[in-house]
Design a protein around this ligand. Structure first.
Ligand SMILES: Cc1cc2nc3c(=O)[nH]c(=O)nc-3n(C[C@H](O)[C@H](O)[C@H](O)COP(=O)(O)OP(=O)(O)OC[C@H]3O[C@@H](n4cnc5c(N)ncnc54)[C@H](O)[C@@H]3O)c2cc1C
Length: 384
């Protein structure tokens, strides 16, 4: 198996690393503040990052999926919030439009996303429906040439700043009584919705997590994404790939924490020697880098399976869930170890490892909790 990256992939990763040099001076303030970084988001758009997965004919840069992941992971090392914005735009909104929209919809929706003129959000979760989206209460009722949406979505990444949404709603019931779920493209300028509570979170502060309220929100009939009743398929295929995006953010967080811990352990002295020379610290570093590389291998393997066999292949689905499960739990362990290696310094904001730990803690929850990944893996493995 060839583990080398193409020249183009390396070029994109370098462009992301260069961009991070611009972010670095404000990164602590950014990740601990409350402001959405419109200027840096615009800068990501100028560099083409907001349309990484969108083909050139729709205004994107048409990079391959691995190049996009490399950019996202690189940015996560400096700002997880900017990386989350990139993930929402590309993985959670751009890709489902690419995979399920009609050509007319692609012409309309993709160029403003690719240029960063419009920010996108993925609105699936509700107060009573997280791991089990079938429990959703948001409805869409057909009235003439419109769908009328009513309901509340919760914990929506960038919901406060997004103007383009993909929203899931119940459009009826199947003969077996199960809900018929459909996905809709919603443009705030045409179909206004309210932004409710902006959540106070443990971390990832420069990516607002928001409640969205739909009250008789009229959406043009042609904004149905896929066919009526395709909602689960749109969500699942999007989340299967999205797992790799989260996993790559975990690689970025863990690598950033590992490198800081390595540097600190190589400089800090106690009892007359560098602390890495104590086996208790040196072995911690050894475990951190081993786990990080194991997670990388899982992620790159899952990408390879996607390229070889496509999005619906059970081997890809299981491996993507394994990559997300392992990388997110690895990131939690590695960032926590980085705090420990820093001692008291690790608890202080300026060393950043406490921030990486708080950010990593999110990753076993979003886009399918660890328990849901285990459920997915065991189901596909038992079917195989
Ligand atoms: C910062 C942040 C950003 C987010 N961004 C978005 C977004 O952009 N769009 C969006 O739609 N959602 C978003 N979410 C929501 C996120 O995807 C959900 O929080 C997640 O899917 C879990 O759902 P829940 O919170 O309702 O927990 P629940 O589903 O209620 O789960 C609670 C606990 O029960 C466990 N559990 C549930 N079912 C099972 C089962 N069958 N077997 C074993 N254990 C189970 C879970 O693993 C978990 O430990 C975001 C959340 C956060 C915190």
């Amino acid at each position: 198996m060839d583990f080398s990256f193409s020249e183009e992939q390396l070029m994109f990763r370098q462009a992301a690393a260069d961009f991070c040099k611009e972010v670095e001076p404000v990164a602590i303030e950014l990740e601990n503040g409350k402001e959405f970084p419109h200027d840096l988001t615009r800068r990501m758009a100028e560099l083409g990052f907001m349309g990484m997965v969108i083909p050139e004919q729709y205004g994107g840069v048409g990079a391959d999926y691995l190049a996009y992941l490399l950019v996202e992971g690189e940015i996560a090392k400096t700002s997880i919030s900017l990386s989350m914005t990139l993930g929402a735009q590309n993985s959670l909104v751009g890709l489902p439009i690419m995979n399920f929209a009609t050509d007319a919809q692609k012409q309309q929706w993709l160029p403003p996303l690719a240029s960063g003129e419009k920010l996108g959000s993925f609105a699936l979760t509700e107060p009573g429906a997280g791991s089990d989206p079938a429990g959703m209460r948001t409805t869409a009722t057909r009235k003439g040439d419109k769908w009328v949406l009513n309901g509340t979505k919760l914990y929506i990444t960038n919901g406060a700043v997004a103007e383009y949404l993909i929203v899931w709603a119940k459009t009826g019931e199947k003969p077996d009584g199960k809900p018929l779920i459909s996905a809709f493209l919603v443009d705030k300028a045409v179909s206004p919705f309210k932004v409710g509570t902006v959540e106070h979170k443990m971390g990832v502060h420069a990516s607002p997590t928001t409640e969205l309220i739909f009250e008789d929100c009229e959406v043009p009939a042609e904004n149905l994404l896929g066919r009526e009743g395709d909602g689960f398929k749109v969500a699942l295929i999007t989340l299967n790939t999205g797992r790799l995006s989260v996993a790559t953010q975990c690689l970025g967080l863990a690598e950033a924490a590992y490198l800081r811990a390595k540097k600190f352990a190589g400089e800090r002295e106690q009892f007359g020697q560098k602390i890495w020379e104590f086996q208790g610290v040196g072995f911690k570093l050894a475990d951190m880098i081993t786990e990080l590389n194991a997670a990388k291998a899982l992620v790159w393997h899952a990408v390879w399976l996607k390229e070889q066999h496509g999005l619906s292949d059970p081997r890809f689905i299981s491996m993507a869930a394994q990559a997300k499960l392992y990388a997110s739990e690895m990131a939690e362990r590695v960032t926590s170890a980085a705090v420990q290696i820093h001692g008291g310094y690790g608890y202080m904001r300026e060393y950043r490892v406490e921030e990486f730990f708080r950010s990593a803690r999110l990753m076993t929850i979003v886009e399918g909790t660890s328990e849901i990944q285990r459920l997915t893996i065991s189901r596909w493995e038992m079917k195989a």
